[in-house]
Design a protein around this ligand. Structure first.
Ligand code: SAM
Length: 348
């Protein structure tokens, strides 16, 4: 099982220096920035303090900063922060004070001893606590237990807007597909709203594992089947409704997790080609989207507009809601132009 799941690449050997017990976090952060690899061994919290010092030194951009500034910061953090290594031995972090992370034994069963960058260990630790404790989603009325590497939205306005759309849907409820299911939230909403059969797809094996495990927790088991595939490739038969909450902006995709947020290929053209071939007459495509692409990437064509101009689909409706500004927005002009959108399209 774990062989096919995504996991942070293990470091088998390194030329790192031990992070001395007395090393000041600021000077350790400077060494990381200079390209020196450090290995944590005495105190887990010391490593966390070094990462905090690194963040401070790199001056993270505000939530409202532009895309390029955020990308530059992420790259600088990645370059330096990933040089702080943590030893892992037999599925445990071999550093006093470290948290227990059950994913380590699950994801690296064949490795006795290896190292991971501390930022990756922290992501695994955060993911483990969400997986164990669950995350309550009001639109579902219960918690999900996302597996490591599964996208779970931080904001839920778009999910609420989809719930509004779904509550108004009066068409057939025989079969729906949730493309790019992530944590499975939309698939579970569809099942809850009475769809007899829901297929959930994702390219990310961890997302598929996550949804399968969450389905197994529920009783009665919702009528959702999970398929790991690109878009609708392995989905056969006719469908009443195809839902897709795709990545919202164009950007670099370096790993499977980036694919939740960015697209770097013709994903929308392929999606609409496949959707057009599978919908029953009068069936709908519903895209959960945002105008963020128009705001931050005005040179990139809007994927729904691009498809509508091809003439295969027509717009039935589009619901929109204004997004509340981030907390660090400058006062007093606390306004945002960002809106979430739910597009309903029908085959022309
Ligand atoms: C923005 S997330 C949405 C997740 C979930 N549906 C939700 O609403 O929270 C996009 C999801 O699409 C998946 N994805 C991206 N490209 C895909 C593709 N070509 N085929 C299948 N899934 C894809 C990603 O792995 C990710 O889980």
């Amino acid at each position: 099982m774990s062989e096919s799941l995504y996991r942070p690449p293990p470091v088998a050997t390194h030329q790192g220096q031990p992070l001395g017990r007395r090393a000041r976090p600021q000077s350790a952060a400077e060494r990381l920035q200079r390209g020196i690899t450090l290995v944590l061994r005495d105190d887990y919290r010391h490593g966390v303090a070094v990462l905090s010092a690194l963040v401070k030194a790199l001056r993270p951009p505000l939530e409202t900063a532009d895309y390029a500034a955020k990308q530059a910061y992420r790259k600088a953090y990645r370059d330096a922060g990933w040089r702080l290594l943590v030893p892992i031995e037999r599925g445990e972090i071999a550093v006093p004070g470290a948290p227990k992370i059950g994913f380590l034994a699950e994801l690296y069963p064949e490795l006795e001893r290896f190292w991971l960058p501390l930022p990756e260990v922290r992501s695994l630790s955060w993911a483990w606590s969400q997986y164990v404790d669950g995350v309550k989603l009001a639109v579902l009325g219960h918690s999900l237990h996302p597996y490591y590497g599964t996208y779970l939205p931080k904001r839920t306005l778009h999910l609420e807007l989809f719930a509004t759309w779904l509550s108004r849907w009066s068409g057939a409820r025989d079969r729906a597909v949730d493309v790019g299911t992530g944590s499975g939230v939309l698939a579970l909403m569809l099942a809850k709203r009475g769809f007899a059969e829901v297929t959930a797809t994702d390219v990310n094996p961890n997302a598929c594992e996550s949804v399968r495990r969450d389905l197994a927790r529920r009783s009665p088991r919702p009528p959702v089947t999970v398929i790991q595939t690109d878009l609708l490739t392995d989905v056969s038969g006719a469908v009443d409704l195809i839902v897709f909450n795709p990545p919202w902006t164009q950007g670099p995709v370096e790993n499977l997790l980036d694919r939740a947020l960015h697209f770097d290929d013709d994903v929308f053209e392929r999606f609409f080609d496949q959707a057009a071939a599978r919908l029953v007459p009068g069936g709908r495509v519903v895209l959960v989207f945002s105008n963020v692409i128009r705001l931050v990437q005005p040179d990139v064509s809007h994927p729904v507009d691009a498809e509508l101009s091809r003439g295969r689909f027509t717009k039935v409706d589009v619901l929109t809601r204004r997004v509340k500004p981030p907390r660090d927005s400058p006062r007093p002009a606390r306004r945002t132009r960002e809106r979430v959108e739910v597009w309903e399209l029908v085959r022309a």
